[in-house]
Design a protein around this ligand. Structure first.
Ligand SMILES: N[C@@H]1[C@@H](O)[C@H](O)[C@@H](COP(=O)(O)O)O[C@@H]1O
Length: 251
């Protein structure tokens, strides 16, 4: 794992977005196409803002979507489909294909349908974040590290739902959906490269757990340490609780 600590969340996003763009251009140069996974949330604001500024032939890019609430309409401010539509798809030229998760239809049907497509698309680069509770996508602890299914229907724990409420996406905790469709941990780990953006002091404990606790379903993002090509982008706030050793870990 390559750990990069920036001074600010803007700098973090600029660096993460640039590395992502380089990896996308490399995949297009090598194979004529890049398959990517995009995450959402506050953590991806600056990374996506940089990515949409990059010179990329988007007609050669296929996009998959990391996670979405079940039952939330696309018109809701917290909809991750709306987020990716407005912050990414509307800002770049048309992609070869984009597979947004629709949480408004039968979730079993939707995960089967999306699973069939992603199995045909080896992923070049995945953009992910880490939740305050250490989750990866919507795989709250204890996360399923074993299933081979690409997408799962998951229950959201209270810590996860409280984070979404505290971030201002919902008017009350009760309004945060109790279930979501999430890409599985194994599917994320199959990506050739993973770019993990984790800004903010709110993530300091989760960042410390990710790097310093044993790799275990209790700390879902800790599994990123076993990925052969994962870059973890931190800012000084999210890195503030790290021991010197873990903040400098490489490889
Ligand atoms: N489920 C999403 C993830 O895709 C995201 O990476 C993570 C971090 O959240 P945020 O970026 O809003 O802090 O949790 C969100 O709720």
């Amino acid at each position: 794992m390559n750990i990069l600590i920036s001074k600010t969340s803007e700098e973090l996003g600029t660096l993460a977005g640039k590395e992502t763009a380089d990896l996308i251009r490399q995949a297009i140069a090598n194979r004529g196409q890049a398959n990517i996974i995009l995450g959402t949330g506050t953590s991806q604001f600056a990374t996506l803002a940089q990515l949409i500024r990059e010179d990329i032939d988007w007609s050669r890019v296929v996009m998959f979507h990391l996670d979405e609430y079940i039952g939330l309409p696309i018109s809701h401010p917290a909809s991750f489909r709306k987020y990716l539509q407005e912050r990414f798809l509307d800002k770049v030229s048309p992609l070869k294909a984009s597979y947004l998760i629709n949480g408004e239809i039968d979730p079993q049907e939707e995960i089967r349908h999306l699973g069939d497509f992603i199995r045909l698309h080896p992923i070049d680069v995945a953009l992910v974040g880490i939740g305050e509770n250490g989750h990866l996508a919507f795989n709250d602890p204890p996360a399923d590290f074993e299933t081979e299914e690409p997408y799962l229907i998951v229950d959201l724990d209270t810590a996860c739902r409280r984070q979404q409420f505290n971030e201002g996406w919902f008017p009350s905790l009760e309004d945060v959906p109790a279930q979501a469709i999430s890409m599985s941990v194994r599917q994320i780990m199959k990506s050739r490269h993973i770019i993990c953006s984790v800004p903010d002091a709110r993530k300091a404990q989760a960042t410390k757990d990710t790097l310093e606790q044993p790799i275990s379903p209790l700390f879902p993002a800790s599994i990123l340490r076993s990925h052969p090509a994962c870059s973890l982008y931190l800012d000084e706030s999210s890195a503030s609780l790290l021991t010197v050793e873990s903040g400098q870990k490489e490889g």
